[in-house]
Design a protein around this ligand. Structure first.
Ligand SMILES: [Zn+2]
Length: 60
């Protein structure tokens, strides 16, 4: 059957090789290629993050 096509990173568009870096936002689930993109997206869209998968609850 067809090979799985990697999903592009929601920040930089590079193919994602791991599903370790994901966020749930008001716009739906987002996936990133690396921790850097994950962190940058979080900063840029802070108000849209529903669950960062980390249980962090220190910001207000
Ligand atoms: Zn990326």
């Amino acid at each position: 059957m067809a090979e799985e096509t990697p999903k592009p990173c929601d920040l930089c568009g590079l193919p994602i090789e791991t599903s370790d870096f994901s966020l749930l936002t008001v716009n739906g689930p987002k996936q990133f290629c690396c921790e850097g993109c994950h962190g940058i997206y979080q900063m840029l869209h802070e108000g849209e993050i529903i669950d960062n998968g980390d249980g962090g609850n220190t910001t207000n």
